[in-house]
Design a protein around this ligand. Structure first.
Ligand code: SR1
Ligand code: MG
Length: 421
């Protein structure tokens, strides 16, 4: 199925993809027996689950506009191309961490991929209070492997530069992040919304906060100018699918070359938001244990990331940066360790900034998180959001003075215990 783009529907999919060998071999050749459900609950795309006699698959198709807003906001179909190419690189760099890809049709902006039938979206699991034992390890490893191996620390520089050029064309999705994440939350942008009137005072305070605004723009500058590695680009808990024991990363359509700290910061921010939202999900009992679990997950994710990144630094540093000829080959392993400390401490400082900004945009901007949105009592929701906003401000503005994840988690616990807005 190639040719002029046409959006699929539940009704047209079996006919239009019935001849597609990649799909029919997986799920059964008789497309009249296929059942199709549209399950896309993200902001941008169509997602179909297609089931046949033999099995099931997912068909994800981009739309020429932002689904959340409608056709008044056009968005190029080529994001599907970037998603496909990011997925193939992530699979190579962190095997088993993404769904298997069966087919890609560039004209129709569609990807046919593995149906993760037992998995649910991580955000949903955290709202439900599920304490998943492996997410810190799995996500920490994924981030270290993809972010290290997509950079000039590892790649042949000619190949990295070719990839940099390839993904540099993902302009419109970067533009979404540049505006929605780094700028819109800090002024009265048209599409913004927040829990009102409860948060009005705090929102005005944050928008008048000179230090915060400057920091957000410094982070935007870093995001736009530091083409360090191939990012997932939208690594939040809605882009991760889990079972009790398995974790897969999905949806890298925002992939492009940016700072390592961006993916890590965005991810940790989503754990901290899950933490602050727990108070709003206590209908069936206390979430004390879930809160402790979530802080532990942030600490463990960062520890695993650091350990794996360090291991790759010592064993796979084959790129042109910090070349071994200057360090190990001269018997100077200590200098290589010193350089590693320097790189990791830069990632740490910047990830705190990106995390703080991500928290703000999910409460003040266009795209909110179900963690807070599903709290029906608006006063309770506002109390949870206010705590997260104050936490986000603190870690973004004071990031250079914060030296450990325990310090951040102690602050989160302290803010959580306060009762005032
Ligand atoms: C208009 S798109 C809004 C958000 O949805 C995506 O998942 C990204 O996070 C983006 O910022
Ligand atoms: Mg997405």
């Amino acid at each position: 199925m190639t040719g002029k783009f046409e959006a699929l529907s539940v009704e047209t999919l079996p006919k239009r993809l019935g001849e597609n060998a990649a799909l029919s071999e997986r799920i059964g050749k008789d497309s009249s027996r296929w059942t199709v459900r549209e399950v896309g609950d993200g902001n941008l795309n169509l997602v179909f689950i297609v089931e046949g006699d033999k099995g099931a698959a997912v068909v994800k198709q981009a739309l020429p506009y932002v689904r959340l807003v409608g056709d008044s906001w056009p968005l190029p179909l080529k994001r599907s191309f970037f998603e496909y190419h990011a997925l193939t690189r992530q699979e190579r760099r962190a095997p088993g961490s993404v769904p298997a890809i069966y087919h890609f049709d560039e004209d129709q902006a569609l990807i046919v991929m593995e149906y993760l039938s037992s998995h649910v979206i991580l955000r949903r699991a955290l709202i439900d209070g599920r304490e998943l034992p492996n997410i810190a390890r799995d996500i920490g490893l994924f981030m270290a492997r993809t972010l290290f191996r997509g950079s000039d620390l590892s790649m042949v520089t000619k190949e990295r530069k070719a990839d940099l050029a390839l993904f540099a064309d993902n302009v419109e999705l970067c533009d979404i992040t540049e505006n929605l994440v780094f700028s819109d939350p800090y002024f009265g942008a048209k599409m913004n919304r927040h829990t009102s009137p409860q948060l009005d005072g705090l929102v005005a305070e944050l928008r008048a906060d000179r230090d915060l605004k400057v920091e957000a723009q410094r982070l935007k500058h870093l995001f736009a100018a530091n083409a360090e590695t191939l990012l997932h680009g939208d690594l939040h808990s809605g882009s991760i699918m889990v079972t009790d024991t398995e974790t897969r990363m999905i949806d890298p359509e925002f992939a492009f070359y940016g700072p390592i700290a961006f993916d890590v910061g965005m991810l940790l921010a989503n754990f901290w938001m899950a933490f602050f939202s727990q108070r709003g999900h206590e209908e069936k009992g206390s979430r004390d244990s879930m809160r402790a679990y979530l802080l532990n997950v942030t600490a463990e994710t960062w520890a695993i990331f650091r350990a794996e990144f360090s291991q790759l630094w010592r064993t796979e540093r084959t790129g042109m940066l910090y070349h071994r000829s200057l360090f190990e080959d001269q018997g100077d392993r200590l200098a290589a360790e010193q350089a590693l400390d320097h790189v990791l401490s830069g990632i740490w400082t910047d990830l705190l900034g990106f995390a703080g900004i991500e928290v703000h945009r999910r409460i003040l901007g266009l795209a909110h998180n179900a963690d807070f949105e599903t709290i029906a009592d608006e006063n309770l929701r506002a109390r949870c959001e206010a705590k997260a906003l104050r936490f986000g401000r603190h870690i973004a503005v004071n990031r250079r003075q914060i030296h450990s994840i325990d310090e951040v988690n102690n602050l989160a616990a302290l803010i959580e215990q306060e009762s005032r807005i």
